[in-house]
Write a protein that binds this ligand. Sequence first.
Ligand code: PNS
Length: 167
Amino acid sequence: MASKPAAVIGIYPGSFDPITNGHLDMIGRASRLVDRLIVAVLRNERKQPLFSVDERRQMLAEAVGHYPNVEIDSFEGLLVDYAAAQGARVIFRGIRAISDYEYELQMALMNRRLRPEIEMVFLMAGEAYSFISSQLIKEVVNLGGNVAGLVPEAVERRLKSRLLGSG
Ligand code: PNS
């Protein structure tokens, strides 16, 4: 009898400070390509994030609850070591514009050198999200701009409360 093929596990890593609708678009796309998708938040206090890892995990969990094969985790250290420890074969990254390519290529080639058995897979962000970044979202909210439709509503409320003391 043929044995059941092993489940394909993918990792979607990032800072997610906070999650945007661009990230959600990527999670939807990536979740359709693997059996299990682990969205992994980088623990890196040197980056001076706006939200703690627990807050970021909570916002992610609220936003992806409807995907049965998506789970949230956090990691520190080398991404490829974390992926290997999870039994993952694939790491997903999103590409918004050509400007993302250079940095992503550098990381992909370094990751391949470190662990050639793990494949980096790049997905193109939906065009509606190709200009969104967590950094830009924070800047716009901080300056009183409207980010409705660019982040989940719960994230918008938390951003206003953290940055403007309202919402
Ligand atoms: O959302 P971001 O900040 O663009 O995500 C960057 C991330 C988390 C993918 C990258 O910083 C990373 O992989 N960090 C873990 C440390 C590591 O493996 N560094 C070597 C990369 S070649």
